[in-house]
Ligand binder design. Structure first.
Ligand code: 6PG
Length: 259
C-alpha cells in the first residue's frame, strides 16, 4: 500500500495543471484536493458545498474519500453534496451518477440524506432541471457558489452534460438545464454560470483516449464556440486540471508528474 500523499497546498494561482502518474495517483491527488477544499470551507464557514462529477474517472476518488486517511479530515455530515449533471434515468439505473455514489455518500461518508441533492433523472427533464435550480438556489443565501466543483472531460470536449453545440452553452441566467447526449439520452446539467461562479473547479482527466482532445483543449486551438470544457473559467476562482501521464502524453512538451 503506497503511503498516502499529504493534501496538496491550496495554491491561489487561477490556473493550475497537476500531472499525476496514473489513474490511482490521480485519484489520490484529487482526494487530497477535496479534503483541502473541504477543510478550508468548513474551517472558514462551517459549511462545504461540493458538486460531484459523473462518469467513470472520479469513482476511485469517491471510494478513497471513505478511507480513514481522508475521511477523518472532513466533517462530511456538515457537507452539502450536489451533482454536476445526471443522466435521465431512475436512481437505481446503472447509468445514474447519483446511484454510483449513493452508498459511498450515505454509508461511507455518513452524509445525511437531506444533504444529498440529487437531480431527479426519473422525472421530465425540463421540469427536473427547473426543480433542481430551485433546490440549488434554496441551498445558498445568495447566488449559488460552490466551494468545489468536480468535472470530467469527454473525448469530444464536453463536460458535465454540456455537449458541443448545445444551446445550454449560451445560457447566462439559468443555473440548470436539460440537454441530450450524443446517444440521444436526456440529461440534466449545471450550466456555465454556476460552474464558473465556483471557488474552485477541478477537472479530472485520465487515460490515453483523452490525450488528443486534451492537446486541443489546452493547446492554442479553440473552435469559435470552443469546446465546452474550454468555457470553464471560474471568474473569481481557481481552475485545477488533474491529469494523468497517459492523458497528458500529447501535450507539448509531455508534462511530467509532479513530485
Ligand atoms: C457524465 C459526466 C461526463 C463525464 C465525462 C468523462 O455524466 O458522464 O458528467 O461529463 O465527466 O464524460 O467521463 P469518464 O470519466 O467516464 O471518461
Amino acid at each position: 500500500m503506497s503511503p498516502m500523499p499529504s493534501p496538496p497546498p491550496i495554491s491561489q494561482e487561477p490556473l493550475r495543471i497537476d500531472i499525476c502518474k496514473d489513474a490511482e495517483d490521480l485519484a489520490r491527488h484529487a482526494a487530497g484536493l477535496v479534503v483541502a477544499q473541504a477543510s478550508r470551507a468548513l474551517g472558514a464557514r462551517r459549511q462545504f458545498a461540493i458538486a460531484l462529477a459523473g462518469g467513470a474517472t472520479p469513482q476511485r476518488l469517491y471510494s478513497l474519500l471513505t478511507q480513514d486517511h481522508y475521511a477523518y479530515q472532513v466533517v462530511w455530515p456538515a457537507a452539502q453534496v450536489y451533482f454536476g449533471d445526471e443522466r435521465c434515468v431512475p436512481p437505481d439505473d446503472p447509468k445514474s451518477n447519483y446511484g454510483a455514489v449513493r452508498e459511498i455518500l450515505l454509508t461511507g461518508l455518513r452524509v445525511p440524506e437531506s444533504n444529498i441533492h440529487r437531480m431527479r433523472g426519473e422525472d421530465d427533464p425540463p421540469a427536473a432541471a427547473a426543480a433542481y435550480e430551485q433546490e440549488l438556489r434554496a441551498g445558498f443565501v445568495d447566488t449559488p457558489r460552490f466551494d468545489l466543483v468536480l468535472l470530467g472531460m469527454g473525448s469530444d470536449g464536453h463536460t458535465a452534460s454540456l455537449f458541443p453545440g448545445s444551446p445550454a452553452l449560451s445560457e447566462t441566467e439559468r443555473l440548470v438545464a436539460a440537454t441530450r447526449d450524443s446517444e440521444g439520452l436526456d440529461r440534466i446539467t449545471l450550466t456555465l454560470p454556476v460552474i464558473n461562479a465556483a471557488h474552485t473547479v477541478a477537472v479530472l482527466v485520465s487515460g490515453r483516449e483523452k490525450a488528443a482532445m486534451l492537446r486541443r483543449v489546452l493547446g492554442a486551438e479553440a473552435r469559435p464556440e470552443g469546446f465546452p470544457i474550454q468555457q470553464v473559467k471560474p471568474a473569481g476562482g481557481q481552475l485545477i486540471w488533474v491529469i494523468d501521464e497517459a492523458a497528458s502524453s500529447l501535450l507539448d512538451p509531455p508534462a511530467a508528474p509532479q513530485a
